[in-house]
Design a protein around this ligand. Structure first.
Ligand SMILES: [Mn+2]
Length: 330
């Protein structure tokens, strides 16, 4: 059931699901779905600029060409919406000023999607949402049953930030401490700037974290780094969780985020990397986080996040089809 009129234009209507996929609000409706989009509209976990609570809606609205979902991928020769059943599971009910309750609700809803043998794709929301996602994954697959591929400027491995245990700077610390994930199963890509510091990096080494800084990406190139990350994830577990903090992009391409840091990836690099990973790794969950529409005057950050999801879906579709990519070339 599409909540739209059949010939509704892209600028009309009461609002959109992701790419106008069917809206499902009852967990029973997840049966048969391959992927479920799920919004997490909260930002109580941010340490600097807020606004990510408006992210899920902005990402869905970022590009709407109307009509039923159909997005043939030019480089893959595949339409993810023809290949997979993708539904939009709406947003969780995130009560204001209660991050713990929002996390509990997200963990529960991600659990619904995993119980239906579908892949949750969470639209953030701030990066604290990775903690409930990791808890749901740990519950389903065991703490060592999945790998994590994490694009970010920051490692988000603080024991606390401003004496607060649960924020967007702490999920990958808390998840290890809570035994929801294993430190030796995570690889981080795009780190730069002044945080984390030596204390966090030392803890990460002790836990077996891997990471690739922006300087390494510049010196070696992105493709070899992504190949290494894919090989690493495959060596650790049969499936992986892909988490993309949009601030891994340079602020020139993604100004609409809470903690921007100059010197990041180009949008085209991130889109390529996400598609490559999704086409080679079995993704058990994914998210794109930290889109803050109030700081996104031209909507380019939300559009980039929309495309991060679309590239991931396209890569997943290719992998599941078992076919080779058939790029449209002259
Ligand atoms: Mn982050």
């Amino acid at each position: 059931m599409l909540p739209f009129r059949p010939n509704e234009t892209g600028y009309a209507g009461v609002g959109v699901t992701y790419c106008r996929t069917p809206l499902v609000l009852d967990p029973a409706g997840l049966s048969g779905a391959d992927v479920a989009i799920l919004g997490a509209p909260f930002d109580e976990g941010v340490s600097f600029r807020p606004g990510a609570r408006f992210g899920p809606r902005a990402i869905r609205m970022a590009e709407d060409s109307a009509g039923p979902a159909s997005r043939p991928h030019m480089e893959l020769g595949i339409d993810p919406f023809a290949e997979m059943a993708v539904v939009d599971y709406g947003d969780i009910e995130a009560p204001p000023s209660d991050l713990a309750r929002s996390h509990a609700l997200l963990r529960e809803h991600v659990g619904h999607v995993l119980d239906a043998d579908a892949t949750p794709v969470v639209l953030g929301g701030d990066h604290s949402l990775s903690l409930p996602v990791l808890q749901a994954l740990g519950e389903r697959f065991g703490p060592d049953g999945y790998a994590v591929i994490h694009f970010d400027t920051h490692a988000d491995t603080g024991a606390e930030v401003y004496d607060v245990l649960n924020s967007h700077g702490t999920p990958f610390y808390q998840a290890v401490v809570d035994d929801a994930m294993r430190g030796e199963n995570i690889v981080q890509i795009g780190l730069r700037g002044a945080w984390p510091g030596t204390v966090e990096f030392q803890w990460m080494r002790e836990q077996g974290f891997r990471w690739h800084t922006m300087d390494e990406i510049i010196e070696r190139g992105l493709a070899p780094v992504v190949s290494d990350a894919i090989a690493f994830a495959a060596s650790r577990a049969p499936r992986a969780y892909l988490t993309v903090d949009v601030d891994v992009l340079d602020p020139a391409f993604a100004p609409g985020t809470g903690t921007p840091e100059p010197g990041g990836l180009l949008t085209r690099e991130l889109l390529w990397a996400v598609r490559k990973i999704a086409s080679e790794v079995d993704l058990c969950a994914m998210d794109v986080v930290e889109v803050s529409p109030p700081y996104d005057p031209a909507g380019v950050t939300a559009l980039a996040a929309h495309r991060v999801v679309l590239e991931a879906l396209s890569g997943m579709a290719l992998r599941r089809s078992g076919r080779e990519a058939r790029p449209e070339r002259p």
